[in-house]
Ligand binder design. Structure first.
Ligand code: ZN
Length: 375
């Protein structure tokens, strides 16, 4: 049995508290207590001890993409994002041929990294989306929902949770959502739906919105659109890509204020995340990365090069929100979406010892995954 102790400021119980002693035993948080006197063997931290970040929408990083269906590449993704604070994630696929999707999911199911983020879920971003709001998704792979296709995919990764980004207005979407609700978390996205169609999808069983504002009908004061349905809902959660490029900082702030405890910061990171500027591939497409943005030749944004640590910093420094409000967006809320709210997303007794040590400028000074500190 290995025991280690951390002592310092910690984000626990919704606020940052002083003099917190966190005891870790066998990869789990064994105790969290406030005490004036730390035991001698406790490591004192200058930064804030925060829960490890959870990212429910990430395609890749460090040169690799989950669509490559390569276990070694997947390990590189998991290690890279862990070093940047993400201790658990949903491996996210793109609209692709049935065969490529099966290969990608099979590789995800086999992948893990000792010093990397834990894969919690498969997030199928497509192929059942709208060609009108396809973003950087492969247009030729977009198709109508097919229950048998998903029934064929689920057994390939039986131990993982499932999320699916779907356009509710396309033929067959309602049947698919109603058939798999409870088994798959449905997220409204890459959609040309109007407000009423988005509200109907929530009634069918969808509960989440993929990268709010991007690839969906906007909010107009006379036509609320999918964005209006997302902001109005008191139950549904929504993702935000907080790189300051996908969504203006003011709009990040508006969304956060409109949906307390319902916003999940996601990266939507692609393979160039953590790599130098230059030319990369996103499934079939050529993408150029420059100035912090990844774009197709026509200028369409193609994922991001954001890390969750960067997103947290941006929500504080660009969107002007208090860190206590921002941290749950990167921890508790996405853990709930991924179905692991009872073991991830909080610095609390009984939770996995996934921790991030945040410096005074919100830089990541240390990461602990299941009790193991990364170098
Ligand atoms: Zn994506």
């Amino acid at each position: 049995m290995t025991t280690r102790r951390l002592f310092g400021r910690a984000f626990t119980g919704g606020s940052i508290r002083n003099d917190v002693l966190v005891t870790i035993r066998d990869g789990v948080i064994a105790a969290v207590e406030q005490t004036a006197k730390a035991p001698d063997d406790a490591r004192r931290t200058d930064g804030v001890i925060a829960p490890g970040f959870v990212d429910v929408h990430v395609h890749g990083g460090n040169g690799a993409d989950f669509m490559d269906a390569d276990e070694k590449g997947n390990s590189r993704i998991l290690e890279f994002h862990a070093r940047n604070g993400t201790t658990a994630l949903a491996a996210t696929t793109l609209s692709a041929s049935a065969q490529d999707l099966r290969r990608a999911v099979a590789a995800i199911a086999r992948s893990s990294a000792v010093r990397g983020a834990e894969i919690l879920a498969v997030h199928l971003e497509g192929p059942y989306i709208s060609p009108k709001r396809s973003g950087a998704q492969d247009r030729a792979s977009i198709r109508l929902p097919a229950i048998h296709e998903i029934n064929g995919l689920l057994p390939i990764a039986p131990d993982l949770s499932w999320l699916m980004t779907i356009a509710p207005e396309i033929a067959g979407a309602q049947e698919l959502i109603e058939y798999f609700r409870g088994r798959i978390t449905f997220s409204i996205g890459h959609t040309a739906a109007d407000y009423a169609q988005a509200v109907a999808a929530l009634e069918w069983g969808a509960s989440h919105f993929t990268h709010l504002f991007n690839a969906m009908t906007p909010l107009d004061h006379r036509q609320p659109g999918v964005v209006g349905a997302a902001l109005e809902s008191v139950d549904a959660t929504a993702e935000l890509i907080a790189d300051g490029i996908h969504v203006h900082p003011v709009v990040l702030r508006i969304a956060a204020l409109a949906k307390p405890h319902r916003i999940a910061l996601v990266t939507d990171a692609m393979r160039a995340c953590g790599m130098p500027d230059g030319d990369y591939k996103l499934y079939g497409y050529d993408v150029t990365v420059a100035g912090g943005a990844a774009r197709l030749p026509d200028g369409t944004l193609a994922g991001s090069v954001l890390t969750t640590g960067g997103a947290v910093k941006n929500m504080v420094e660009l969107a002007g929100l208090p860190i206590e409000v921002v941290l749950p967006m990167a921890t508790e809320v996405p853990a709930r979406i991924a179905g692991v709210a009872t073991r991830k997303g909080r610095v609390e007794k009984g939770f996995d010892a996934d921790l991030v040590l945040l410096g005074s400028r919100l830089d990541i000074e240390g990461v602990i995954v299941r009790g193991v500190e990364l170098e």
